[in-house]
Design a binder for this molecule. Structure first.
Ligand code: CUA
Length: 321
């Protein structure tokens, strides 16, 4: 049964490039990358030039043994140049590495991210907001992510924003970065973690401080309590179909039987299924009915809801802003 293949194109923004940085940390990594590309290119070019010269020399004259010249050449190219180049690359990498892993300044915003197979839980400890697969940050202010994993090793990477940092079970890693250009960036899991590793994505939204505060306030005030009769019917389906055993919704369900995204602010997110699908009614319906068809190996079981129940549930889920 394939109802929704048209909906399959990836909903998240296009992956950004390391070479197109949007913040100081990414810029220093881009600088190092260009340095290594330039140096590697230069050495490659020199090697090719010497190779061509040697072949031409060999073609013109019968091979002679010039061991002194050969020894000097090997000494320069095999010993002296690597002794200059490798420490330079090492030193530059060290400086960049120390710079991007510096401790967060006191004004940094703290966000906790927990990796799950195959999605991301996002917590803002200062405001108590818990959401999933979408990280909002203020532009021009340092952010510190506290990274942890609930199952296997994942790795968080937003190429135009910062380097990768692993999420390791039982260990807290941190990542500090700053985004200077407002925008929506694709984040990815950069450590193979299972069958849906390639589709363990999230969206990083960098917005002006006021917009960010407003967004957070909205999430903070959210409640899953339905306002209208159709929404109430949907909430009842949500509970009777056992969705609430795993998914938490503020004031409605505790969740927790198996790890699953908090749905309190589901309708505020641009994507569902960890950045894979645009958050619209068709995709939501497809996802609820047949998650294993869309993303084999995720923990969400298929649901056998009748048409009316499904519609009611969709109305309710779309009200969760
Ligand atoms: Cu999580 Cu790869």
């Amino acid at each position: 049964m394939i109802l929704y293949t048209e909906a399959l194109p990836v909903a998240a923004p296009a992956p950004g490039s390391v070479l197109d940085p949007v913040g100081p940390d990414a810029a220093s990594i881009a600088g190092l990358t260009w340095f290594m590309i330039a140096l590697g290119g230069l050495l490659w070019l020199a090697t090719v030039v010497f190779l061509v010269l040697a072949l031409r020399h060999r073609a013109r004259r019968a091979p002679q043994r010039n061991t002194r010249g050969a020894k000097a050449f090997i000494a320069v190219w095999g010993v002296v140049i690597p002794m200059l180049v490798l420490p330079a690359v090492f030193a530059y990498s060290l400086v960049v590495g120390i710079g991007v892993s510096r401790p967060a300044p006191p004004e940094a915003l703290d966000i906790e991210v927990v990796g799950y197979q195959f999605w991301w839980e996002v917590r803002y400890p200062d405001s108590g907001v818990v959401t999933a697969n979408e990280v909002h940050v203020p532009v021009g202010r340092p952010v510190q992510l506290q990274l942890n994993s609930a199952d296997v090793i994942h790795s968080l990477w937003v190429p135009p924003v910062s380097g990768k940092v692993d999420l390791v079970p039982g260990r807290e890693n941190t990542m500090t970065f700053q985004v200077d250009e407002p925008g929506t960036y694709l984040g990815e899991c950069a450590e193979f973690c299972g069958i849906q590793h390639a589709r363990m994505q999230f969206v990083l939204v960098a917005q002006p401080e006021e917009e960010f505060e407003e967004h957070l306030r909205t999430l903070q005030l959210s409640s899953g309590t339905p306002d209208t009769d159709p929404e109430r019917a949907g909430r009842d389906v949500f509970l009777s179909a056992s969705c609430g055993d795993c998914h938490r919704i503020e004031d409605v369900s505790e969740g927790g039987m198996a790890p699953a995204p908090d749905l309190t602010h589901l309708a505020s997110r641009d994507t569902i299924a960890a950045g894979m699908l645009e958050n619209n009614r068709g995709n939501l319906a497809g996802w609820i009915l047949d998650p294993q068809g869309l993303k084999p190996g995720v923990r969400m079981p298929p649901n056998n809801l009748g048409g009316d129940d499904l519609q009611a549930l969709l109305v309710y889920l779309e009200s969760l802003e």
